[in-house]
Design a protein around this ligand. Structure first.
Ligand SMILES: *[C@@H]1O[C@H](CO)[C@@H](O)[C@H](O)[C@H]1NC(C)=O
Ligand SMILES: *[C@@H]1O[C@H](CO)[C@@H](O)[C@H](O)[C@H]1NC(C)=O
Ligand SMILES: *[C@@H]1O[C@H](CO)[C@@H](O)[C@H](O)[C@H]1NC(C)=O
Ligand SMILES: *[C@@H]1O[C@H](CO)[C@@H](O)[C@H](O)[C@H]1NC(C)=O
Ligand SMILES: *[C@@H]1O[C@H](CO)[C@@H](O)[C@H](O)[C@H]1NC(C)=O
Ligand SMILES: *[C@@H]1O[C@H](CO)[C@@H](O)[C@H](O)[C@H]1NC(C)=O
Ligand SMILES: *[C@@H]1O[C@H](CO)[C@@H](O)[C@H](O)[C@H]1NC(C)=O
Ligand SMILES: *[C@@H]1O[C@H](CO)[C@@H](O)[C@H](O)[C@H]1NC(C)=O
Ligand SMILES: *[C@@H]1O[C@H](CO)[C@@H](O)[C@H](O)[C@H]1NC(C)=O
Ligand SMILES: *[C@@H]1O[C@H](CO)[C@@H](O)[C@H](O)[C@H]1NC(C)=O
Ligand SMILES: *[C@@H]1O[C@H](CO)[C@@H](O)[C@H](O)[C@H]1NC(C)=O
Ligand SMILES: *[C@@H]1O[C@H](CO)[C@@H](O)[C@H](O)[C@H]1NC(C)=O
Length: 553
């Protein structure tokens, strides 16, 4: 008689799970440029890139941005509809908002509209005012309407899975048309300065220069900081901050009614951070390791395009800027707001377009032409052009090693290995015998580390391979890409203790065994299963709606 040992149970469980797996409808690849939402694949790719950069300084991230006045408001109007599209921009991965704000000297308030207009009981508030350039402004629109949309995005995405940094770059101007006057009840008060408004909308989410100053003095061991700024994951998940605000242009005259006194505590002065937003013409591609080192010492490398057609960002130029360490800000007019999704369609420095493939897709694409009997499409390789892609962990490839002290010094292994074997060879991940303690299997964690690898590849002669292993896999949980070798676990898994897990496994396996026996006996006895259909259907539905691939997206 067969006494089920844990091993048997596990394999039975595995078989049964497998049979369920094939019954679950295969997830369809969704439209990659859907507006205003990202496809499931894009969400996974962005999250994976964010997680790779967990220990990277926030000043070295690759962010995409939009100049709201030029790209959004001037053409589509300053109204509630357009303001609510800012939510969609953030939702498709735009992380930098480049915003013009106008201090209305006569009203003592900031406004989004670039010109002054009458607001009085004699004028209908739901109507728009239009200036000579054809820009139209809803009279009742205020700066608070924009901040409220940004706030709702930040609050709604404030989870481990979706939370990411938002950067607001503000240009402050002053409007002073003495012929217009506003009644007393429309006048701004002490709480209409920028600091009051931003504090009331973003208080807990705002990372301030004051906080940075104090961290720089207390964090002597660089636990939270690196290169003078917070590490991304520390900022988002330890300090729970989401928003950082820069003041770029400050064109409010000294004698203005604007009270600037608290601004320097809350907002970063972009030039005081040794940064500026440079025009596309002043950007340069990295050609040598000297140029790479120079760029790696800079912070907040923003670049902005312009209306000149040959300088306007396209999908390709955005990708090129991102891989050269810049954060591009879109500043030209576009036919539809949704076109932004196309222009930024290839704005990740890590995963290539259409990656990461889901396991079933990778099987379909690669199964035919690899000679490997065993297949596990749960590991990532880097192609010669620098982009990441899903590959079969059993394949033998060279793998990339990083100098332990220099994040820009990368070399390839001298031997090929399957992904699993890289770690078995040696604890420190270096199968090469020459300099074990100096180099480790690793993965580029920001655009410049990636560029360092690309420069190294360009320096090689006789390249006879197409891709090589990087330390990035989803072996633990499908679609949850982690670094740290094959045993690295997915941080988003529901954690249960080992003991519970064994108990659960035994219980679940017994359950499955009984079901299996029932199914088998039903078959043998040729009993019509119609009576049971509803029950089965319910079971199946429960299965297909349960979180079978670990990470929701
Ligand atoms: C993606 O969606 C856009 C807009 O809805 C549509 O024009 C395009 O044809 C779709 N592409 C695919 C591949 O379905
Ligand atoms: C970040 O650093 C922590 C602590 O040093 C480490 O455990 C973690 O694996 C690192 N994560 C990444 C993605 O580099
Ligand atoms: C104000 O204008 C809106 C839109 O033009 C219109 O629907 C509304 O009836 C007007 N209200 C008044 C009081 O005129
Ligand atoms: C400013 O104060 C007024 C009343 O004093 C209040 O109605 C308004 O909501 C406040 N604005 C902000 C941004 O807190
Ligand atoms: C910094 O590191 C040193 C040596 O490891 C340790 O003694 C000290 O307590 C650390 N300081 C802080 C603030 O963690
Ligand atoms: C606004 O214009 C008036 C009249 O030209 C001038 O006296 C005043 O100084 C100006 N105020 C600001 C802040 O520019
Ligand atoms: C500006 O604001 C600060 C702090 O809120 C306040 O102490 C100061 O009196 C204000 N200055 C003016 C001129 O209103
Ligand atoms: C920002 O910093 C620059 C240089 O440090 C300084 O000239 C400028 O006045 C500052 N701007 C503001 C608004 O404080
Ligand atoms: C900016 O550069 C100057 C001179 O190189 C340096 O003294 C200062 O510390 C830098 N500031 C920041 C915030 O990095
Ligand atoms: C953004 O575009 C507008 C409109 O073409 C232009 O006036 C402005 O100077 C641009 N901003 C920058 C920083 O180039
Ligand atoms: C595998 O390749 C063969 C020959 O190239 C082709 O006929 C067959 O359709 C392919 N099968 C799949 C599943 O792609
Ligand atoms: C890169 O690191 C290796 C050891 O990992 C070292 O031998 C080599 O000198 C380093 N190259 C540079 C340019 O620092």
């Amino acid at each position: 008689m067969l006494i089920p040992t844990p091993k048997h149970l596990t394999s039975t469980l595995f078989l049964i799970n497998l049979s369920f797996f094939f019954l679950i409808p295969i997830i369809k690849a969704t439209n990659e440029t859907n507006w205003p939402e990202l496809s499931r694949r894009q969400i996974i790719a962005r999250r994976s890139q964010r997680d790779l950069s967990a220990n990277i300084s926030i000043s070295k991230l690759s962010l995409t941005g939009v100049g709201l006045s030029t790209t959004v408001f001037n053409d589509f109007g300053y109204n509630q509809d357009t303001v609510s599209q800012v939510y969609d921009l953030l939702n498709v991965g735009v992380q930098t908002l480049y915003v013009d704000l106008y201090w209305n000297e006569q009203m003592n308030k900031f406004q989004l509209c670039p010109f002054q207009y009458e607001i009085s009981t004699a004028v209908n508030q739901s109507e728009t005012a239009t200036n000579e350039d054809g820009v139209s402004c809803l009279r009742s629109l205020t700066m608070n309407d924009l901040m409220s949309v940004v706030q709702s995005y930040i609050v709604e995405s404030d989870t481990n899975l979706f939370g990411d940094l938002v950067v607001m770059i503000l240009n402050l101007y002053s409007l002073n048309d003495t012929s217009i006057s506003y009644s007393q009840d429309l006048q701004g008060t002490w709480n209409d300065t920028l600091s009051s408004v931003m504090t009331s909308y973003f208080n807990n989410y705002l990372y301030t220069p004051t906080a940075l100053q104090s961290e720089r003095t207390t964090d002597v061991n660089n636990t939270n900081l690196i290169d003078g700024y917070p590490r991304l994951s520390k900022l988002l998940f330890t300090e729970k901050k989401r928003l950082l605000t820069f003041i770029n242009q400050y064109e409010i005259p000294l004698y203005s009614s604007y009270n600037v006194s608290n601004d320097n505590d809350l907002f970063f002065n972009i030039s005081a951070q040794n940064s500026s937003i440079i025009p596309v013409l002043e950007t340069s591609d990295i050609q040598s390791s000297t140029e790479l080192t120079a760029k790696a010492s800079q912070d907040w490398l923003f670049t902005i395009d312009s209306i000149n057609s040959h300088l306007q960002f396209s999908e390709d130029s955005v990708h090129n800027l991102i891989t050269n360490g810049y954060s591009p800000i879109l500043n030209h007019t576009i036919p539809e707001i949704s076109d932004i999704a196309t222009i930024f369609g290839n704005s990740l420095w890590s995963w290539g377009q259409g990656e990461p493939l889901f396991v079933t897709e990778a099987m379909k694409r690669y199964s035919n032409d690899t000679g490997y009997i065993q297949e596990a499409y749960k590991c990532a390789s880097m192609s010669l052009n620098g982009s990441y892609q899903v590959a079969n962990c059993y394949e033998e490839k060279y793998y990339i090693l990083r100098d332990v002290h220099d994040r820009l010094n990368w070399t390839l292994s001298s031997q090929k290995s399957s992904y699993f074997h890289i770690y078995q060879v040696s604890d420190d991940g270096d199968a090469d015998n020459d300099d074990k303690s100096k180099r480790k299997f690793n993965v580029p964690k920001d655009s410049l580390e990636r560029m360092a690898v690309v420069l190294y590849l360009n320096s090689l002669e006789n390249v006879n391979f197409e891709d090589f292993w990087i330390d990035l896999n989803s072996i633990n949980v499908d679609n949850c890409w982690v670094t740290g070798g094959p045993y690295a676990s997915c941080p988003y898994e529901i954690v249960s203790s080992n003991r519970n897990f064994v108990e659960m496994l035994v219980a679940a396996s017994l359950c499955c065994l009984i079901l299996f026996v029932l199914m088998a006996s039903l078959r043998l006895r040729r009993v019509p299963i119609r009576d049971n259909r509803k029950h089965w259907k319910k079971l199946m539905n429960q299965y297909s709606t349960s979180d079978y691939d670990g990470v929701p997206s």
